[in-house]
Design a protein around this ligand. Structure first.
Ligand code: NDP
Ligand code: MG
Length: 386
């Protein structure tokens, strides 16, 4: 039986992970869960999975919960904020920590869990994008990727030597606007960007997929996870999302990992690792799928992807600036403060304004995150003429 902590249990990844736990009650024991605002769902999860600890990260959520719920009667200990996430991520009794919160909030718990030598099932790509310089230094093979592309590469590399890798080939669905004319991009609405053709996911990553920043973040994630230079990481558009990614070896062989588009597969792989388990899911029926297509990415249509490759060329604090500016830009787009084509503009302008340097400490990362967030907010204001 594995003791599991899930940070972000009320999100898309969190709920899928709990569905796996529900299917295998003898394999897993939930020791900790976290939510930001969705207290109603968290309460249901507490009743069903009976964790020892919970953490609520938003101030309002925490205070309402404390006021309205007799949580001691439920037998749980209540934690708060980032400090609470770190406490959960480093629990003595936990065997595996699934980091499924969204955005930069995942960095600190991921870093502290790894420092304590915990096994980390990592969905939160932003923590590696922002914290990769430090995380890659302390990661001694304890990260099991949950992002489907990185899970695919991880599986293709099992038993292989990284020195024999020619390149990683990350597949991308192309997002909602792969076939849309670039001249129509400025009229794209939030509702259109929130419709992903193949995957059902949280709001931020769905918008990131529509700008292709999601793939950009994944290139950086792959760079830090597999310790390969950006020249060895390629992106191909594969609209069917059947091949989740590939590894090309120096002898010309390419190994690909395929499956249905259901995040329970990579989540299940990470939770059961190093074993495989019949997840009681649908399997891929090769006779029923449409032809598999592959296209080169269009960097002009999707400048966010180019910006992500660019920041990897320079001093690595650029990856933090890119990530934080993107978080502000996506948030502003969802609030209808800027239009779709202004997302990469906010990121590029922020990158031009924030001084880059070599990251040495957690404090450096936190400082660059704060500076970039503040700068990106100012850029948004300027763009709105305020
Ligand atoms: P969701 O938006 O669905 O869920 C996010 C979770 O994080 C929720 O539990 C939410 O709580 C919590 N949360 C929100 N804001 C904060 C905050 N400021 N601090 C702490 N916790 C917070 O996201 P997804 O599940 O889609 O994605 C989670 C992570 O996994 C992201 O980093 C994403 O890039 C990555 N990922 C997701 C995939 C997917 O298929 N969804 C695929 C690959 C990677 P509440 O519900 O209470 O607001
Ligand atoms: Mg992915």
């Amino acid at each position: 039986m594995k003791n599991i902590v899930i940070l972000g249990s009320t999100g898309s990844i969190g709920k899928n992970a709990l569905e796996i736990v529900r299917r295998f009650p003898d394999e897993f024991n939930i020791v900790g869960l976290s939510a930001n605002k969705n207290i109603e769902l968290l309460l249901k999860q507490i009743e069903e999975f009976k964790p020892q600890f919970i953490c609520i990260t938003s101030k309002n959520g925490y205070e309402n919960f404390k006021k309205e719920v007799d949580y001691k009667k439920l037998g749980v200990e209540l934690l708060y904020g980032e400090k609470g996430l770190v406490e959960l991520a480093t629990l003595e009794t936990a065997d595996i920590i699934l980091i499924a919160v969204v955005g930069f909030s995942g960095f600190r718990p991921t870093y502290e869990a790894l420092k304590k030598d915990k096994v980390v099932a990592l969905a939160n790509k932003e923590s590696l994008v922002a914290g990769g310089e430090l995380i890659s230094r302390i990661n001694s093979g304890k990260i099991i990727p949950v992002d489907s592309e990185h899970s695919a590469i991880f599986q293709c590399l099992r038993g292989e030597s990284i020195n024999e890798v020619e390149k990683l080939i990350l597949t991308a669905s192309g997002g909602a606007f792969f076939r849309k004319d670039i001249n129509e991009f400025k009229n794209i609405t939030v509702e259109e960007a929130l419709k992903h053709p193949n995957w059902s996911m949280g709001a931020k990553i769905t918008i990131d997929s529509s700008t292709m920043m999601n793939k950009g973040l994944e290139v950086i994630e792959a760079h830090y996870l597999f310790n390969l230079p950006p020249e060895k990481i390629k992106v191909v558009i594969h609209p069917q999302s059947i091949v989740h990614s590939m590894v090309e070896f120096i002898d010309g062989s390419i190994i690909a990992q395929m499956g249905i588009t259901d995040m329970k597969l990579p989540i299940g792989f990470a939770l059961f690792y190093p074993k495989r388990q019949n997840l009681k899911n649908d399997n891929l029926n090769l006779l029923k799928i449409s032809p598999l297509e592959f296209f080169p990415p269009d960097f002009k249509k999707f400048p966010c992807l180019k910006l992500a490759f660019d920041v990897l060329k320079n001093d690595k604090s650029g990856t933090i600036v890119l990530n934080s500016a993107n978080e502000v830009a996506v948030d502003s787009f969802i609030k209808r403060e800027i239009n779709f084509t202004q997302i990469p503009i906010v990121i590029e302008k922020t990158l031009n304004k924030v001084k880059l340097f070599k990251i040495k400490s957690v404090e450096d990362i936190l400082a660059v995150h704060k500076k970039s967030t503040d700068t990106a907010r100012k850029v948004v204001k300027e763009l709105r003429g305020k």
